[in-house]
Design a protein around this ligand. Structure first.
Ligand SMILES: *Cc1c(COP(=O)(O)O)cnc(C)c1O
Length: 475
């Protein structure tokens, strides 16, 4: 036991309390800890024992009364077990999304189709031909695995996949416009989720932003007037997480492409989500195909938004433009790993048959789930909570859910919720307790009730929700 220099010496009562503490070794010999030392590893349990003892010593030295029961080996062993479990337990854990927001960035965006999960597993348990050409027996390119299916689905000449869509935009700006100018409409200077802002990405790529038009109206002449000797690119950005409505005008990609090509400029369209198949759920989301057909040289979109795959940024476009991006040194820094490639390839394969994509890709399935089936799940949730009465009362109601993930901001999907009113707890306290259950359950608080939206609760999770409420209400 050490005392910090300058600190008052412990008095006789404190010294006695300190002396009565077991040593780390003694504590580790406690029977209760033997199993933990095996399952969590000796070192972690020893570290946990050290922290528990250090905390207790600090308390004693600070004059906090510590009785013999508190420093008994049984009590300390229990604390060590808790501490070790806290360190051992992964902090990234599955939870139940009952918010009704399908593409929820804070909750991990899209969940994967079973085919994608299988593909990740297969490519992770074995070596693979990630960068090996099996025909020639020579070094291959990781890009090649994904190009064919993306070009098939979009009609693009070439494709490239990077870490996320923000990376795709950064790479495109760095490739085509570093030290040069990029013309963007003031109505499209977006911010996505706080950390992705067009002006900032522009600055990071050393491109100079030239803003044209106004917030609500931008015309082709505004772009034309802004083009000068320093211009490299005309950039169109899908206003994916908001809508400018009312007295508005925006320039279509086709018109932008005509002007850009007349002047020898690169024309790029950042789509955000990007729709890959003609499915009703994509509603007003612009299809990747149309952007390319309209003449965009480069189109970028996310892998884990409406597409329903892993986190990725997908770049499609002309062979020349995509080829230049692949050759940029930054492409190496932004590249994706084999697990992402495997998951994306398997997800995209489902898109070859759109009905299959709608049925197998969870994001698409949730967005198109019929009301009747949502109602049945909300009823199952309410029925599960019946046993907890009178601690809570649950009823089924109609509600609306949102797409989320910065997609289709105005779209409201009719859904059903199980509305839970706690009786002896506040709704905030109930929500806080449900964040601590395993798995946690995250709902929407509306007035004094917690709404569980059936749209994002997976069919197999109803029992886990009931169990979590049981824990949270102490039944
Ligand atoms: C979401 C979004 C991005 C960023 O995509 P990430 O995959 O999250 O990096 C960029 N541009 C637009 C228009 C978006 O909607």
């Amino acid at each position: 036991m050490m005392t910090a220099p300058g600190k008052k010496k412990p008095g006789p009562v404190q010294q006695q309390a300190l002396r009565s503490l077991p040593s780390v070794e003694e504590l580790l010999e406690a029977e209760a800890l033997a199993a933990d030392a095996v399952s969590h590893g000796h070192r972690l349990v020893a570290d946990a024992a050290r922290s528990v003892l250090a905390r207790l010593r600090r308390d004693i030295l600070a004059g906090v009364p510590v009785d013999a029961a508190q420093s008994s080996p049984e009590r300390l062993a229990a604390q060590v077990r808790q501490e070790a479990a806290r360190i051992y337990r992964p902090t990234l854990r599955p939870l139940i999304n009952a918010t009704g927001v399908v593409v929820h960035t804070n909750l991990g965006r899209s969940i994967l189709a079973p085919e994608a999960i299988r593909a990740v597993e297969e490519v992770s348990v074995s070596y693979s031909n990630l960068e090996y050409n099996l025909e020639a027996g020579t070094r291959g390119s990781r890009h090649d695995h994904i190009t064919r299916i993306i070009t098939e689905l979009t009609g693009a000449e070439d494709a490239l996949v990077v870490n996320n869509n923000a990376a795709a935009v950064l790479l495109a700006l760095s490739t085509f416009a570093s030290g040069r100018e990029v013309v963007v409409s003031r109505g499209e200077l977006i911010e996505i989720g706080g950390s992705f802002r067009i002006p900032e990405i522009m600055a990071a790529s050393a491109a100079r932003l030239v803003e044209v038009g106004t917030t609500n109206k931008t015309k082709i002449n505004d772009y034309r007037k802004a083009i000068g000797p320093g211009t490299a690119m005309l950039l169109h950005i899908h206003t994916s997480n908001y809508a400018v409505v009312g007295f508005t005008a925006a320039v279509e990609v086709a018109e932008l492409a005509r002007l850009g090509h007349e002047r020898g400029l690169v024309v790029m369209d950042d789509l955000g989500s990007g729709a890959l198949a003609e499915l009703p759920v994509f509603a007003s989301e612009p299809p990747v195909k149309s952007s390319l057909a309209a003449g965009a040289d480069i189109v970028t979109f996310s892998g884990d938004k409406l597409l329903g795959g892993p986190q990725a940024g997908i770049v499609v476009g002309s062979a020349d433009a995509v080829g230049r991006m692949k050759a940029h040194p930054m492409a190496r820094a932004l590249r994706v790993d084999k697990m992402t490639l495997a998951a994306l390839q398997a997800t995209l394969a489902l898109y070859l048959k759109p009905e299959e994509a709608a049925a197998r890709i969870p994001t698409l399935r949730m967005l198109s789930e019929p009301e009747e089936s949502l109602r049945a799940r909300a009823e199952a949730l309410a029925a599960g909570l019946k046993d907890l009465e009178p601690a809570v009362t649950a009823s089924v109601e109609k509600a609306v859910s949102k797409v989320g993930g910065g997609a289709l901001p105005l779209l409201e999907l009719d859904s059903y919720v199980c509305a839970v009113a706690p009786v002896s707890l506040s709704v905030d306290e109930l929500a806080a307790r449900l964040r601590k259950t395993d798995p946690a359950v995250i709902g929407r608080i509306h007035k004094d009730r917690l709404l569980l939206d059936a749209r994002t609760v997976l069919p197999g999770q109803v029992e886990a929700v009931t169990a979590a409420f049981g824990q949270a209400t102490g039944i």
